[in-house]
Design a protein around this ligand. Structure first.
Ligand code: AR6
Length: 174
Protein backbone atom coordinates (compact mmCIF):
# COMPACT_ATOMS: atom_id res chain seq x y z
CA UNK A 1 0.00 0.00 0.00
CA UNK A 2 1.27 3.49 -0.90
CA UNK A 3 1.07 5.99 1.94
CA UNK A 4 3.47 8.43 0.30
CA UNK A 5 2.01 11.57 -1.24
CA UNK A 6 3.10 11.81 -4.89
CA UNK A 7 2.69 15.12 -6.67
CA UNK A 8 3.69 16.97 -9.84
CA UNK A 9 4.46 20.70 -9.80
CA UNK A 10 5.88 23.25 -12.20
CA UNK A 11 9.02 24.87 -10.84
CA UNK A 12 12.77 24.99 -10.38
CA UNK A 13 14.43 21.96 -8.79
CA UNK A 14 16.91 24.27 -7.03
CA UNK A 15 14.06 26.00 -5.17
CA UNK A 16 12.28 23.22 -3.26
CA UNK A 17 12.89 24.27 0.35
CA UNK A 18 10.33 21.92 1.88
CA UNK A 19 12.00 18.75 0.55
CA UNK A 20 14.74 16.78 2.33
CA UNK A 21 16.50 15.85 -0.89
CA UNK A 22 16.58 17.09 -4.45
CA UNK A 23 17.71 14.89 -7.33
CA UNK A 24 20.25 16.04 -9.87
CA UNK A 25 20.11 15.02 -13.55
CA UNK A 26 23.87 14.73 -13.49
CA UNK A 27 26.68 14.09 -15.94
CA UNK A 28 29.10 11.19 -15.41
CA UNK A 29 31.70 13.49 -13.88
CA UNK A 30 29.13 15.00 -11.46
CA UNK A 31 30.24 18.47 -12.44
CA UNK A 32 28.17 21.58 -13.18
CA UNK A 33 26.50 21.51 -16.59
CA UNK A 34 23.42 23.08 -18.10
CA UNK A 35 19.80 22.53 -17.07
CA UNK A 36 19.22 20.82 -13.73
CA UNK A 37 22.91 20.25 -12.97
CA UNK A 38 23.68 23.90 -13.65
CA UNK A 39 20.85 25.13 -11.44
CA UNK A 40 21.74 22.85 -8.54
CA UNK A 41 25.47 23.58 -8.61
CA UNK A 42 24.76 27.32 -8.84
CA UNK A 43 22.45 27.10 -5.86
CA UNK A 44 24.76 24.88 -3.84
CA UNK A 45 28.02 26.75 -4.42
CA UNK A 46 31.50 25.31 -5.10
CA UNK A 47 31.51 22.85 -2.18
CA UNK A 48 29.16 20.56 -4.07
CA UNK A 49 31.46 20.12 -7.09
CA UNK A 50 34.36 19.54 -4.71
CA UNK A 51 32.60 16.75 -2.84
CA UNK A 52 31.42 15.27 -6.14
CA UNK A 53 34.96 14.89 -7.47
CA UNK A 54 35.68 12.00 -5.14
CA UNK A 55 32.50 10.14 -6.19
CA UNK A 56 32.88 10.45 -9.99
CA UNK A 57 32.59 8.98 -12.53
CA UNK A 58 29.23 7.27 -12.23
CA UNK A 59 27.49 4.96 -14.74
CA UNK A 60 24.04 5.38 -16.35
CA UNK A 61 21.40 4.26 -13.87
CA UNK A 62 23.63 4.85 -10.85
CA UNK A 63 22.92 7.30 -8.01
CA UNK A 64 25.16 8.86 -5.35
CA UNK A 65 24.34 11.19 -2.47
CA UNK A 66 26.10 14.33 -1.20
CA UNK A 67 25.55 17.33 1.01
CA UNK A 68 23.39 20.17 -0.29
CA UNK A 69 25.63 23.09 0.76
CA UNK A 70 23.79 26.37 0.11
CA UNK A 71 20.68 24.69 -1.31
CA UNK A 72 17.68 24.73 1.04
CA UNK A 73 17.72 20.91 1.37
CA UNK A 74 19.56 18.33 3.46
CA UNK A 75 21.00 16.23 0.64
CA UNK A 76 21.44 16.09 -3.14
CA UNK A 77 21.06 12.74 -4.89
CA UNK A 78 22.88 12.64 -8.23
CA UNK A 79 21.60 10.32 -10.96
CA UNK A 80 23.13 9.73 -14.38
CA UNK A 81 20.25 9.15 -16.77
CA UNK A 82 20.68 7.32 -20.08
CA UNK A 83 21.47 9.27 -23.24
CA UNK A 84 18.46 8.38 -25.38
CA UNK A 85 19.45 6.19 -28.34
CA UNK A 86 22.90 5.46 -26.92
CA UNK A 87 22.70 3.95 -23.43
CA UNK A 88 20.63 0.76 -23.58
CA UNK A 89 18.29 -0.53 -22.37
CA UNK A 90 17.26 3.08 -21.85
CA UNK A 91 14.00 2.31 -20.08
CA UNK A 92 15.69 0.10 -17.51
CA UNK A 93 18.54 2.55 -16.96
CA UNK A 94 16.07 5.39 -16.43
CA UNK A 95 14.05 3.27 -14.00
CA UNK A 96 17.28 2.38 -12.16
CA UNK A 97 17.90 6.09 -11.55
CA UNK A 98 14.57 6.51 -9.76
CA UNK A 99 14.87 3.23 -7.83
CA UNK A 100 18.42 3.90 -6.69
CA UNK A 101 17.63 7.50 -5.70
CA UNK A 102 14.68 6.38 -3.55
CA UNK A 103 16.78 3.63 -1.96
CA UNK A 104 19.47 6.15 -1.00
CA UNK A 105 16.86 8.47 0.49
CA UNK A 106 15.38 5.66 2.57
CA UNK A 107 18.82 4.52 3.72
CA UNK A 108 19.49 8.01 5.05
CA UNK A 109 16.04 8.25 6.67
CA UNK A 110 15.02 11.18 4.47
CA UNK A 111 11.26 11.59 4.18
CA UNK A 112 10.80 13.73 1.06
CA UNK A 113 12.46 13.72 -2.36
CA UNK A 114 12.00 15.99 -5.38
CA UNK A 115 12.87 14.67 -8.85
CA UNK A 116 13.35 16.52 -12.14
CA UNK A 117 12.45 14.74 -15.38
CA UNK A 118 15.78 12.91 -15.66
CA UNK A 119 17.21 12.49 -19.21
CA UNK A 120 14.49 14.59 -20.91
CA UNK A 121 16.68 17.62 -21.66
CA UNK A 122 20.19 17.36 -23.11
CA UNK A 123 19.95 13.53 -23.03
CA UNK A 124 16.94 13.56 -25.39
CA UNK A 125 14.55 11.06 -23.76
CA UNK A 126 11.01 11.75 -25.11
CA UNK A 127 9.05 13.33 -22.29
CA UNK A 128 5.89 11.21 -22.40
CA UNK A 129 7.90 7.97 -22.41
CA UNK A 130 10.10 9.23 -19.60
CA UNK A 131 7.02 10.21 -17.59
CA UNK A 132 5.59 6.68 -17.90
CA UNK A 133 8.84 5.13 -16.69
CA UNK A 134 9.33 7.64 -13.87
CA UNK A 135 5.81 7.36 -12.50
CA UNK A 136 5.54 3.56 -12.81
CA UNK A 137 8.94 3.05 -11.19
CA UNK A 138 8.35 5.44 -8.32
CA UNK A 139 4.87 4.10 -7.54
CA UNK A 140 6.19 0.52 -7.53
CA UNK A 141 9.11 1.47 -5.29
CA UNK A 142 6.88 3.30 -2.82
CA UNK A 143 4.98 0.22 -1.68
CA UNK A 144 5.59 0.16 2.08
CA UNK A 145 8.06 3.03 1.83
CA UNK A 146 8.83 5.27 4.80
CA UNK A 147 8.92 8.36 2.56
CA UNK A 148 6.07 10.78 3.15
CA UNK A 149 6.36 12.77 -0.05
CA UNK A 150 7.75 12.44 -3.60
CA UNK A 151 7.53 15.41 -5.93
CA UNK A 152 8.16 15.63 -9.67
CA UNK A 153 9.32 19.14 -10.54
CA UNK A 154 8.70 20.01 -14.19
CA UNK A 155 10.27 23.06 -15.73
CA UNK A 156 7.44 24.01 -18.10
CA UNK A 157 3.66 23.97 -17.89
CA UNK A 158 3.52 21.67 -20.93
CA UNK A 159 5.82 19.15 -19.24
CA UNK A 160 3.76 19.36 -16.06
CA UNK A 161 0.61 18.40 -17.98
CA UNK A 162 2.34 15.30 -19.40
CA UNK A 163 3.57 14.13 -15.98
CA UNK A 164 0.28 14.91 -14.24
CA UNK A 165 -1.63 12.88 -16.85
CA UNK A 166 0.73 9.94 -16.43
CA UNK A 167 0.36 10.12 -12.64
CA UNK A 168 -3.43 10.37 -12.77
CA UNK A 169 -3.61 7.42 -15.19
CA UNK A 170 -1.35 5.27 -13.02
CA UNK A 171 -3.27 6.07 -9.83
CA UNK A 172 -6.59 5.36 -11.53
CA UNK A 173 -5.31 2.02 -12.82
CA UNK A 174 -3.93 1.02 -9.39
N1 AR6 B 1 14.42 22.76 -12.57
C1 AR6 B 1 13.64 21.72 -13.01
N2 AR6 B 1 13.75 21.17 -14.22
C2 AR6 B 1 14.67 21.70 -15.06
C3 AR6 B 1 15.52 22.77 -14.69
C4 AR6 B 1 15.36 23.31 -13.38
N3 AR6 B 1 16.11 24.33 -12.94
N4 AR6 B 1 16.34 23.06 -15.75
C5 AR6 B 1 16.01 22.20 -16.73
N5 AR6 B 1 15.01 21.39 -16.33
P1 AR6 B 1 18.68 18.29 -18.24
P2 AR6 B 1 19.36 15.47 -18.77
C6 AR6 B 1 14.34 20.28 -17.05
O1 AR6 B 1 19.25 18.67 -19.55
O2 AR6 B 1 18.51 15.40 -19.97
C7 AR6 B 1 23.40 18.58 -18.08
O3 AR6 B 1 24.17 19.50 -18.73
C8 AR6 B 1 14.56 20.20 -18.54
O4 AR6 B 1 13.59 21.00 -19.22
O5 AR6 B 1 19.01 19.11 -17.06
O6 AR6 B 1 19.33 14.32 -17.80
C9 AR6 B 1 24.21 17.59 -17.28
O7 AR6 B 1 25.48 18.09 -16.98
C10 AR6 B 1 14.36 18.73 -18.80
O8 AR6 B 1 12.97 18.41 -18.91
O9 AR6 B 1 19.10 16.77 -17.84
C11 AR6 B 1 24.31 16.38 -18.19
O10 AR6 B 1 25.41 16.43 -19.07
C12 AR6 B 1 14.86 18.05 -17.53
O11 AR6 B 1 14.92 19.08 -16.54
C13 AR6 B 1 23.05 16.47 -19.01
O12 AR6 B 1 22.67 17.83 -19.02
C14 AR6 B 1 16.24 17.41 -17.63
O13 AR6 B 1 17.09 18.22 -18.42
C15 AR6 B 1 21.92 15.69 -18.40
O14 AR6 B 1 20.83 15.68 -19.29
Amino acid sequence: MIRTRVECVQGDISNQPDMDAVVNAANAQLQPGSGVAGALHRGAGPGLAQECQALAPIRPGQAVITGAYDLPNRRVIHCLGPVYGRDEPSEQLLADCYRHALALAERESLVSVAFPAISTGVFGYPLAEAAEVAIATVLAALADSSLTRVRFVLFSQADLVVFQRALDAALTAA
